[in-house]
Design a protein around this ligand. Structure first.
Ligand code: 13P
Length: 250
């Protein structure tokens, strides 16, 4: 339990359709008010419609990636300025799926976070170890290295990011980190942030990886877990709303 306001973010990944999204967003809007901050990070083509659907609410929206560049000849990329223009409050950077399938390294992730902040979009910076790294006892070294690149690149703005701990072995596998395992890593990350900025006690560190309505409450009750980054369970309004309620209650 802590006094930071909880944040629950849905990461739709590459899911959705115009019709399905409308129903999903309607279901979330209808469940307001929430006692936590709630956002959805949607595929780029759906940003405009999401902005319209959520405009009259206190729900926020965002994207799942952005370019490290301001603008220019970068075919296929989307800039932070463009996200800002569509009202994005958040952008996920360094998700493990981008690190694994798109070869994104720590410095690129840090540069993306910096580009986002420069345009007033809050980066949700993901860190997390693979199963092999955990089994080799490398969890602490891996997450520290990933976070360290961002802290150094953002410098005095580091306190403006949101951090998400997402153990790769827990993503989409149904195998959640236990609350104790997650808390242990969150505490390490908090200590690392504390060494870098006096604002660390107020910063949000989200947990992601198979968060479901039935495990959310216990995870969110941990002292350094400030909410969740939700994949699969963010695609069904009832499940996502139940997770937001769990955040309300902790
Ligand atoms: P799942 O909730 O589907 O495990 O995904 C977690 C995730 O990757 C959120 O970014």
């Amino acid at each position: 339990m802590n006094t930071r306001r909880k944040l629950v973010v849905g990461n739709w990944k590459m899911h959705g359709s115009r019709k399905g999204n409308a129903e999903l967003l309607e279901g979330i809007v209808a469940a307001r008010p929430f006692g936590c901050d709630v956002a959805v990070c949607v595929p780029f083509p759906y940003l405009a419609e999401t902005a319209v659907a959520l405009a009259a609410s206190d729900l926020r929206w965002g994207a799942q990636d952005c370019s490290a560049h301001e603008q220019g000849a970068y075919t296929g990329e989307v800039s932070a300025a463009m996200l800002h223009e569509f009202g994005c409050r958040y952008v996920i950077v360094g998700h493990s799926e981008r690190r694994a399938y798109h070869g994104e390294g720590d410095q690129l992730v840090a540069d993306k976070a910096k580009a986002a902040l420069a345009r007033g979009v809050t980066p949700i910076v993901c860190v997390g170890e693979t199963l092999a790294q955990r089994e080799a006892g490398e969890t602490e070294a891996v997450v520290k290295r990933q976070l360290s690149a961002v802290i150094h690149t953002l410098a005095h703005c580091a306190s403006e990011m949101v951090v998400a701990y997402e153990p790769v072995w827990a993503i989409g596998t149904g195998r959640t980190a236990t609350p104790g395992q997650a808390q242990q890593v969150h505490a390490l990350l908090r200590a690392q942030l504390l060494a870098a900025t006096p604002h660390a006690p107020g910063m949000k560190i989200l947990y992601g990886g198979s968060v479901k309505p039935d495990n959310a409450r216990e995870l969110f009750a941990q002292p350094d877990i400030d909410g969740g980054l939700i994949g699969g369970a963010s695609l069904k309004a009832a499940d996502f709303v139940a997770i937001c309620r769990a955040a309300d209650a902790t």
